[in-house]
Ligand binder design. Structure first.
Ligand code: SF4
Ligand code: SF4
Ligand code: FES
Length: 241
């Protein structure tokens, strides 16, 4: 590679292209971009199966196979780079039933979970759920921990579940893990976790109307004033309204 002389326009480096298959059709896309970007590159406008694009919302679950590989892989389309020969399909959502309950009228124990989601007792310990989880959570162990009645431990194990549904697509016991995990987290948050006293105090202050004046002032501010405020906040400066 020669050095560029003065006045010479830099040459753009052409990206290496790879072949991916989507809905049975082959497409050439630049190597290294994410699956979501690849789908947009080939002309799809994504209005379902995409949300945060940052690996947090769980909307972009994708299953795929690789060239000369029998295994079925899964990942988040916004985080997984394309590979040559990738044969993929996206799941805009995973159909699932969420049971109804009143969180104020349930006990924080395994019987509550079993009465709402009895299928968790059918877990055969195959570990397919753990292997497929893009968050690398110990999904099977969490189900077993719930069955042993340790909801506090289970809630911590699955705190980072983004409800992508990949585990539920593979589970032979047809467990909808993310709904079970949501219930566990709610029970933990309401009944088991230590109460944050400072938060309770602040909620009480808000309910008593202690900040009404400040709220009104904020709502009447112009966009430029908001920007100044945001800059101050970013610098860690104290704000007085
Ligand atoms: S536990 Fe299941 S739903 Fe939650 S992130 Fe992992 S695969 Fe997705
Ligand atoms: S995939 Fe289903 S049956 Fe298999 S370990 Fe996970 S929860 Fe149990
Ligand atoms: S778009 Fe939100 S996790 Fe991928």
């Amino acid at each position: 590679m020669g050095r560029r002389t003065k006045g010479e326009t830099p040459k753009e480096v052409e990206p290496r292209m790879v072949t991916i298959y989507f809905m049975g059709k082959a497409y050439q896309v630049p190597e290294g971009i994410t699956i979501i970007k690849a789908l947009e590159y080939i002309g799809y406008k994504l209005i379902r199966g995409v949300g945060c694009r940052g690996g947090f919302c769980g909307a972009c679950t994708t299953f795929y196979r690789k060239k000369n590989d029998y295994r079925l892989y899964s990942g988040l389309a916004c985080q997984t780079p394309v590979e040559d020969g990738m044969y993929l399909t996206q799941l805009p959502f995973v159909p699932a039933e969420r049971r109804k309950y009143d969180i104020n009228n349930v006990k924080p124990d395994v019987n509550t979970i079993l009465s709402l989601y009895p299928e968790i007792a059918r877990c055969v310990g195959c570990n397919a759920c753990t292997k497929v989880c893009p968050q690398e959570l110990p999904v099977m162990d969490a189900i077993q921990t719930i069955l042993r009645g340790d909801l506090a431990k289970a809630a911590k194990m699955i705190f980072d579940c983004i409800a992508c549904g990949a585990c539920s697509m593979r589970c032979p016991a047809e467990i909808v893990h993310y709904n079970v995990f949501q219930l566990v987290r709610r029970l933990y948050g309401k009944y088991i976790a230590p109460k944050a006293k400072h938060l309770e105090k602040r909620v009480e202050e808000i309910e008593n109307g202690n900040y009404e004046e400040q709220f009104k002032k904020l709502l009447s501010m112009s966009v430029d004033d908001w920007k100044v405020l945001a800059e101050k906040l970013q610098k860690g400066e104290d704000i007085v309204l």
